[in-house]
Design a protein around this ligand. Structure first.
Ligand code: PMP
Length: 300
């Protein structure tokens, strides 16, 4: 599935300040991050040679590290440059970029004050395989068996490795029943997000509704799409949304760096018909990222 294993590829990975051969970018089994989830990461996309919203992602990486109580040994500008250098070194024009930072091996216990902080950046090709028509059918979601934790329970705004434990469990649970992804509720039972993307709902008025990001990632794509909707004169309402309200929804879509704008065809027993608003924002987002221009150029 998905090509060669991620530890067995050609190319170069940026590792603590230098580019090393892909297969040599390893770490020891006694690494704090592996045992105690003391790791944060980013997911970025390069379109036509430019990493979209690069500095926002790097700033979030710094903020995530801070939320986990550590400081990255590289500045935002240094990591920005390293992401670009890594894409260039691997000949990535349209691809995914994965910076990751973690606590090393100097201490092996809950307390990890003296661990060295490491940073690595990998990138691999990634282009969209589905035509807009195929995507407009929408993906199928099912409500997850796990909920997003309360802000007093975990550093909910960090893109921290540990928070993905419940995402993987949720996604596996629904995939085994044939669904594409899980809808995660929060600890109060309100709609939160999917396992790797934020959610927007059109429901009978002219507005776009999206949950207030008070216990989950306020995605960079989410904020971009809010701006694009407002530029079209669509009012965006951030509020608590209950799962029962999906009965009134006409269109639902997800937003995320990997998901971009992804139409949702159903959640549990609720069916939606991705329409005008979803299509318009998919187009606007593709224009904003530079993907639309790149697709036009490759078709020409
Ligand atoms: N929520 C979760 C759990 C995610 O993993 C992501 C992807 N990073 C998002 C939301 C969307 O964030 P972004 O738009 O910044 O990629």
């Amino acid at each position: 599935m998905g090509g060669p294993s991620f530890d067995d590829r050609d190319g170069l990975i940026w590792y603590d300040g230098e580019l090393v051969p892909w297969r040599d970018a390893t770490l020891h089994v006694l690494t704090h991050a592996l045992h105690y989830a003391s790791a944060v990461f980013e997911g970025e996309r390069a379109y036509a040679g430019n990493i979209f919203k690069l500095t926002e992602h790097t700033e979030r990486l710094h903020a995530s590290a801070e939320a986990l109580g550590f400081e990255l040994p590289f500045s935002v500008a240094e990591i920005d440059r390293a992401c670009e250098e890594t894409c260039k070194a691997n000949g990535i024009v349209d691809g995914y970029v994965r910076p990751v930072a973690w606590r090393g091996s100097e201490m092996m216990g809950v307390s990890a004050q003296e661990t060295a902080i490491h940073v690595a950046i990998a990138t691999w090709p990634w282009s969209s395989y589905f035509s807009p028509e195929a995507r407009m059918k929408g993906i199928r979601l099912k409500t997850a068996p796990w909920r997003r934790p309360a802000p007093g329970t975990a550093p909910v705004h960090a893109k921290a490795a540990g928070l993905y434990m419940i995402c993987t469990l949720s996604k596996h649970a629904v995939e085994s029943e044939g669904y594409d992804d899980a809808l995660m509720l929060d600890w109060r039972g309100q709609i939160a997000e999917s396992t790797g993307a934020n959610i927007f709902v059109v429901m009978g008025d002219d507005r776009l509704h999206t949950p207030t990001p008070d216990c989950f990632l306020d995605g960079i794509t989410r904020r971009t799409v809010i701006g694009l909707a407002e530029a079209r004169g669509i009012e965006v309402v951030e509020r608590a949304i209950l799962p029962e309200e999906l009965a009134n929804a006409t269109e639902v879509f997800l937003t995320g760096t990997a998901a971009e704008v992804t139409p949702v065809g159903s959640i549990d027993d609720h069916q939606f018909a991705p329409g005008e608003t979803t299509r318009a924002l998919m187009e606007d987002y593709d224009k904003a990222t530079g993907k639309a221009a790149a697709d036009a150029a490759s078709a020409a």
